[in-house]
Ligand binder design. Structure first.
Ligand code: ZN
Length: 204
């Protein structure tokens, strides 16, 4: 199942697929790139629930190239994934929001519709982050909504990471602390305090 993955190397989006590397590691393979571009993630390095949520956000369904006859779907405020030419042979994709559309009448060449409109985009990340630039429709892809059902391998990897964090947390809670530290860190609940009070009264 193809996914779109935001690389940790350059923060750009790439078409990718995932495989497990043993029980704890997830390998992201970039479609069209050799194996030495793979990025490998160890569940043990996701040490908080925030890490898990951030890692999950690096994946989404593959964005779809907008066709010339679909130009009206790219309106002010639309989130799009846009090609940025790092050099002539190297186009990388980053997210941007449509700031303004300058519409022009569409042409028909040999029966094919052509969109000559210009799109002013606000880049959200990548080399142009925070800038407005003008783009043609041919560089623009539509970001697809995230599905609640994720790739099963990704779901499994994130569950493994979550279980490891829960085990670590349960060990921390089970470790005895200095009494002074305990008083500050773990105040007794109201019911515990009531029980304490009750037993004190009983002892008198
Ligand atoms: Zn157009």
């Amino acid at each position: 199942m193809a996914l779109e993955f935001r690389s940790q190397m350059d923060d750009a989006w790439y078409d990718a697929r995932i495989v497990m590397d043993g029980y704890d590691c997830l390998r992201v393979k970039f479609i069209g790139f050799p194996d030495d571009h793979d990025e490998v993630f160890d569940a043990n390095n996701l040490t908080s629930f925030k890490d898990i949520a951030e890692f999950r956000r690096r994946f989404r369904p593959v964005s779809v190239q907008v066709q010339d006859n679909e130009c009206s779907q790219v309106a002010k405020g639309t989130l799009v994934c846009v090609a940025h030419a790092v050099c002539p042979d190297d186009r990388r994709f980053y997210d941007a929001v449509v700031y303004k559309v300058l519409h022009e009448e569409h042409r028909f060449v040999k029966g094919e519709e052509e969109c000559p409109c210009s799109f002013i985009l606000f880049w959200r990340h990548g080399p142009k982050a925070g800038c407005l630039t003008v783009q043609d429709l041919e560089n623009i892809c539509r970001v697809q909504p995230r599905r609640s059902k994720m790739n099963p391998l990704l779901t499994s990897f994130l569950e493994t990471a979550r279980e490891k964090i829960e085990i670590t947390l349960s060990k921390i809670c089970a470790t005895p602390h200095e009494p002074a530290y305990d008083e500050k860190a773990c105040r007794p609940s109201v019911s515990q305090r009531l029980k304490q009070k009750h037993s004190e009264t009983y002892l008198k």
